[in-house]
Design a binder for this molecule. Structure first.
Ligand code: ADP
Length: 616
C-alpha cells in the first residue's frame, strides 16, 4: 500500500514538474516573441515617413490637401481621387435646348463642330452630348463612334468619373442593350484589364460602380484580391478618422481595425496637420512571427496573434487550455493579444506518459511479486502444517495399532502364566490368539519397513511371470482365515480361477491385495460381504476388491492414496489405521507398471481395482 501511495506521489510530482517546466519554457518563448514583434513594429513605424512599405502594407498620409496612398498601385480606390478638369458644360446650353425640346437632330451639327475642338474639356463635353443624342435617336452606330472618340480623351472628368472610363463603360452599355454579345465580351474584357491594372484612380463609389458593371458584362466577378480591398478600405478609414476627429486622435498609436472582414493593423503618427498611417495585413504579420521564430533559437513554440475577443489575426490557431500563455495588450503594448503554446508540449506529454507507464508497470510488478510471494509462502506453510499434522496423526495411529495387539499379547501371556491347569481347548484358543496378534504385529512392522524402503527407493521387486488369478485366490483364502472368525465372507468370482499371466512380485502383490481386503473389512460398517474378481479387460488384468461399506466421498478419492492421509469418516468412527495402506498399494501397483482405480459411492461401498499389464 505504502509503495503504491509513494509511486502515485512520485508520479504526481513528476507531472507537476513537467507542467512547471513547460510553463517556464512558454514564458521564455513568449518574452522572446514579444520582443521580436516589438522590433518589427518599430521598423514598421519607419514606413510612416520615408521607407516604402513592403508588400502586405500600405502608407496613407492625410493632410489638408487630401490623402496620399503609397505605393499608389497597391490600393484599388482612394478616398479622395486627384482632382481632374471637368468636361465643359456651359457652351452647350443653347444646343441642349434644341436637343431636349427638339428637333433633336438640329443640335447635332453644333455638337459635331465642337467635337473637333482642340480643347479637351470642350471636346469631351461635345462628344458626350453627341453620343447621347445619337443614342436617344436610335443611331447606335454613330453613338458608338462618338463614345469611342470620347474614350481617347485623357485627363478630363465627367461628374468625377474619368471621361475615357465613362465612354468605355457607355460603349459596353450600348452593346449590351443592342444585344451584341460578342463585341460586348471583347470590349468588357479589355476594359476589365485596364481597370484591374489601376489605370484610373477612383473613389470607392465609382470603383464599386465600375466593378459591378464589369462583373455583369464579363459574366464573372473580377479577380480582385481581398487583401487589396482591405488595404483600400483601411485607407478610407484613415481618411475619415482624419477628417472627423483629427484633433482628438492620440499623437501616435497602434490598433487593429476590421475592414472587409480582414483584421488590419494600423499604426499612425500625427505630425501637426498631417496624419501618417501604415496599414498592415495579416500576411505580413505572419512573416514577422516567422522572423521571431528565426531570431529565437529556444524551444519550439506556436504563436497566435488574436484580437482581445480571441479572433485569430495571424499565426496558428491558438489551442485553448492550460498549455497556452496569453499576453494581453496591456502587458505587451502590442496591438494584439499574443498567445504562445509550446510545441515541445507534445513531446513532454509523451515522455511523461512513458514515465507514468513505466512506473505503473514497475509498481504492478512489485505488487504482483509481493502477492505471488505471499501466496506461495502461504501454500508452503499450509502444506508444511498439513504434513506436520499428518505426521502427528500417524504417530498416534501407529501407537494405537501397536497397542491393541500388544495389550492382547500381554493379557493372554499373563493368563497362560497364571493358570497352569487351563483346559486344553482354552489353552489352544489362547495360543491361536497369541499367533494372530503376533501375525498382526508382524504385518504392521512389515508394512512400516516396506514403506520405509519404498520411500527411500530401496524396496526391491522380484518381478516374474505369475498367475494373477492364482495369487488372488491364495490371498483370499488366507485372508478368509483371518476374517472368517470375525463374521466376514470373501466371495471370489469364479472367473478368478482362470489363469491370467502377469509379471508380478508375488509377495508384494499379495501384500497389496491384503491391504485392500483389510480396508474392505475395516470400512464395511454393517455389511459383512466382500467380493473379489479377476478379469481381463482391454488394457490389462484387473483385480477388483469390492465392499458394500462406507464408501469414499468424492473429495477424498484422490487424497487417500497419499501417505498418512486418512478419511474423515475413518477418524470420526475411530477405525484404526495409519494412512499408509493405500499409499503402499499405489506404490506396489506402479512398480508393476499398472495403476489403481477407485469407484465408490458414499454410503454405498467401494471398488478398488488393481490394473496390471498383460504379459506377452
Ligand atoms: P488406513 O486404512 O490405515 O486409514 P489407508 O491408506 O489404507 O489407511 O486408507 C486411507 C483411507 O482411505 C482410509 O482412512 C479410509 O478413509 C479410506 N478407505 C480405504 N479403503 C476404503 C474402503 N474400502 N471403503 C471406504 N473407505 C476406504
Amino acid at each position: 500500500m505504502t509503495l503504491v501511495w509513494l509511486g502515485w506521489k512520485l508520479l504526481d510530482q513528476d507531472r507537476a514538474l513537467a507542467a512547471q517546466r513547460a510553463s517556464e519554457r512558454r514564458q521564455v518563448s513568449a518574452e522572446a516573441v514579444v520582443a521580436s514583434l516589438d522590433r518589427s513594429l518599430a521598423e514598421a513605424e519607419h514606413w510612416l515617413s520615408g521607407d516604402e512599405p513592403p508588400e502586405g502594407s500600405l502608407r496613407a498620409t492625410a493632410s489638408a490637401t487630401g490623402l496620399r496612398v503609397e505605393p499608389a498601385n497597391r490600393a484599388l480606390w482612394v478616398p479622395v481621387p486627384p482632382a481632374a478638369l471637368e468636361a465643359a458644360d456651359a457652351p452647350f446650353a443653347e444646343a441642349e435646348l434644341l436637343e431636349f425640346r427638339g428637333p433633336a437632330d438640329h443640335a447635332l451639327p453644333i455638337y459635331e463642330k465642337m467635337a473637333h475642338s482642340g480643347e479637351p474639356a470642350l471636346r469631351a463635353g461635345a462628344l458626350l452630348r453627341l453620343a447621347r443624342t445619337y443614342r436617344r435617336t436610335a443611331h447606335t452606330g454613330e453613338a458608338l463612334a462618338a463614345y469611342r472618340a470620347l474614350a481617347n480623351v485623357r485627363g478630363i472628368a465627367i461628374n468625377g468619373m474619368p471621361a475615357d472610363l465613362l465612354a468605355r463603360r457607355a460603349v459596353c452599355d450600348l452593346l449590351e442593350s443592342a444585344g451584341r454579345k460578342q463585341e460586348l465580351g471583347r470590349e468588357a474584357a479589355s476594359l476589365a484589364v485596364d481597370f484591374a491594372n489601376g489605370r484610373w484612380v477612383l473613389d470607392r463609389p465609382n470603383w464599386t460602380l465600375a466593378e459591378g458593371d464589369l462583373a455583369r458584362w464579363t459574366g464573372a466577378p473580377l479577380p480582385i484580391p481581398a487583401d487589396r480591398k482591405a488595404l483600400s478600405a483601411a485607407a478610407d478609414r484613415v481618411w475619415s478618422e482624419f477628417r472627423d476627429r483629427a484633433n482628438s486622435l492620440p499623437a501616435s498609436g497602434r490598433r487593429v481595425i476590421d475592414v472587409e472582414q480582414i483584421p488590419v493593423t494600423l499604426l499612425w503618427r500625427r505630425d501637426g496637420q498631417t496624419l501618417g498611417a501604415a496599414a498592415i495585413l495579416p500576411s505580413l504579420l505572419n512573416g514577422w512571427i516567422q522572423a521571431a521564430a528565426k531570431r529565437n533559437a529556444g524551444p519550439a513554440y506556436r504563436v497566435a496573434l488574436t484580437t482581445e475577443s480571441g479572433r485569430l489575426i495571424a499565426g496558428r490557431e491558438p489551442a485553448s487550455g492550460a498549455g497556452v500563455l496569453k499576453l494581453p495588450t496591456a502587458d505587451t503594448r502590442l496591438p494584439w493579444t499574443v498567445a504562445v503554446a509550446s510545441d515541445g508540449g507534445a513531446a513532454d506529454t509523451r515522455d511523461l506518459a512513458v514515465r507514468e507507464r513505466l512506473l505503473s508497470l514497475g509498481l504492478a510488478a512489485i505488487v504482483l511479486l509481493l502477492a505471488g510471494g505471499s501466496w506461495w509462502l502461504w501454500r508452503v506453510m499450509r502444506r508444511e502444517l498439513a504434513v506436520a499434522r499428518l505426521q502427528a496423526d500417524f504417530v498416534s495411529a501407529v501407537s494405537h495399532e501397536f497397542r491393541t495387539p500388544l495389550t492382547s499379547l500381554q493379557h493372554v501371556t499373563e493368563l497362560l502364566d497364571e493358570d497352569d491347569d487351563l483346559p486344553p481347548e482354552r489353552r489352544k484358543s489362547f495360543y491361536s490368539s497369541l499367533g494372530r496378534n503376533t501375525e498382526r504385529l508382524r504385518r504392521l512392522v512389515e508394512s512400516l519397513l516396506d514403506f520405509g524402503r519404498m520411500e527411500s527407493g530401496r524396496k526391491p521387486y522380484d518381478l516374474r511371470p505369475e498367475d494373477a488369478g492364482g495369487i488372488a485366490a491364495q490371498a483370499v483364502a488366507e485372508f478368509q482365515k483371518d476374517a472368517g472368525p470375525r463374521g466376514f465372507t470373501v466371495d471370489l468370482d469364479p472367473d478368478g480361477a482362470r489363469e491370467f499371466q502377469v509379471r508380478a512380485d508375488r509377495l508384494a502383490l499379495t501384500h497389496a491385495l491384503w491391504n485392500l481386503l483389510d480396508n474392505a473389512v475395516k470400512y464395511s460398517a454393517e455389511s459383512h460381504s466382500i467380493w473379489v474378481s479377476v478379469r481381463r479387460q482391454a488394457d490389462g488384468i484387473a483385480i477388483a476388491v469390492r465392499d458394500a461399506g462406507l464408501g469414499v466421498p468424492s473429495r477424498e478419492r484422490k487424497e487417500i492414496f497419499r501417505k498418512f492421509v486418512r478419511g474423515e469418516k475413518a477418524k470420526q468412527l475411530g477405525i484404526k489405521g495409519t494412512g499408509l495402506g493405500l499409499a503402499l498399494v499405489s506404490h506396489i501397483v506402479e512398480a508393476h507398471g499398472g495403476r489403481i482405480e477407485l469407484e465408490s459411492e458414499e454410503g454405498g461401498g467401494s471398488t478398488f481395482k488393481l490394473v496390471l499389464p498383460i504379459l506377452g
